[in-house]
Design a protein around this ligand. Sequence first.
Ligand SMILES: Cc1cc2nc3c(=O)[nH]c(=O)nc-3n(C[C@H](O)[C@H](O)[C@H](O)COP(=O)(O)OP(=O)(O)OC[C@H]3O[C@@H](n4cnc5c(N)ncnc54)[C@H](O)[C@@H]3O)c2cc1C
Length: 392
Amino acid sequence: MVETADLVVVGGGIVGCAVVHQLAQVLPASTRIVLLDRGPIAGATSGSSMGHLMVTPDDAAAYALTSASVRLWRELQAETGGFDFQDTGALYLADTDEDLALLPVLRDQFVARGDAAELLDARQLRELEPGLAGDLAAALHYRGDAVVLPMPACAAMLRAARQRCPGIDVRPCCEVTGFDRDGDRIAAVRTARGPIATRNVVNAAGVWAPELAERCGQPRLPIFPRAGNLAVTGHHTTPVRTQLLEVSYLRFAHGVAAVDPSRTDDPGGQAVNVQPQSCGSCLIGSTRRFRGFDRTLDRELLHRSLLRACRYVPGLAAAPVVRAWVGLRPYAIDKQPLVGPWPPVRGLWLAAGHEGLGITLGPITGRLLAQQIAGLPADVEARHWLPARFCA
Ligand SMILES: Cc1cc2nc3c(=O)[nH]c(=O)nc-3n(C[C@H](O)[C@H](O)[C@H](O)COP(=O)(O)OP(=O)(O)OC[C@H]3O[C@@H](n4cnc5c(N)ncnc54)[C@H](O)[C@@H]3O)c2cc1C
């Protein structure tokens, strides 16, 4: 007998796990959902990232979505717990006159959204973070950001989902190889372990979402891998307690990329992030470079990040780097994720393309998609995320 499911979610990264978690909140407890991943849960980009939950004030829509998502993270922590969640806040650092001039601009953006951020002078900065270099003139302190460890967070989401919907089946190491259609509607998912008849599929396959769309006979989605190198120090006492990032990160990471993302000769660049971990180590990133699916460590870019990190936090020079790796951010060509139905195929839904904000935006992505699938009104306006913008 062919297995059946009400819904199949493909991709067990943060986005797929958040979708399952939020579906379980709005659908009847008897709903049968199958989550499939060809590898381990959170074993791809989500397990290779930094976990900075970042409220971005760039514009009203970005602020509404990131702040709503960070609120959902806090609810998950309060209701479920069982994963590393640190209320670190964030310090935006500046080292040049050009970057120092950006700090009040960013502060004014937070204020314009009805939020608050404080400009700290050198003395206040040293009081907050004695581990920072003594010659830094100023920084911007935003208290609303936090840090999670994404892998246990994925597990917490699935645990909470299963408590509400016991029929949720999580299946790692099960590749989706294709789809069956009934006219213009999804009829089944073909997997390495046999077919599953279903009328609803969520493509949450991160940088592989385009490949999965092609397996459903659809055109390749405009999502490209954007490599990021990270390093982690040994379990010493971290010299800082706040998530640190250069304010130039906003210029570097938040604009549409200046290069063609389908090319592989992008020289790349870096803006440093330093993240204290609850175990006492520090994560140091992050770089950005388009070079296809190549996950070879870029030693030169990483070295530049480490030098920048030591410039801001001199104590890091004494902390040995014990591991370094590369993760692939799913970069959507217009810098907005694709969340919603894929109109040419009834029953096919998308949740992919979050680039460097997928950990932050996982919960709100799950919430919005679950509301669409259940036919409920949306919590937050995100029409610009609808994948229909890429339909011919
Ligand atoms: C270096 C780096 C630092 C980052 N730092 C942050 C940060 O501080 N804050 C933040 O918010 N975001 C950060 N990000 C971004 C964030 O990690 C990503 O946006 C997010 O993890 C994407 O999640 P995902 O679930 O879409 O993809 P993934 O985690 O890649 O999950 C997709 C899953 O789909 C599975 N899959 C693919 N094809 C198939 C198939 N055919 N069958 C079955 N399964 C399949 C894969 O195995 C994979 O597990 C960072 C990323 C990187 C690389």
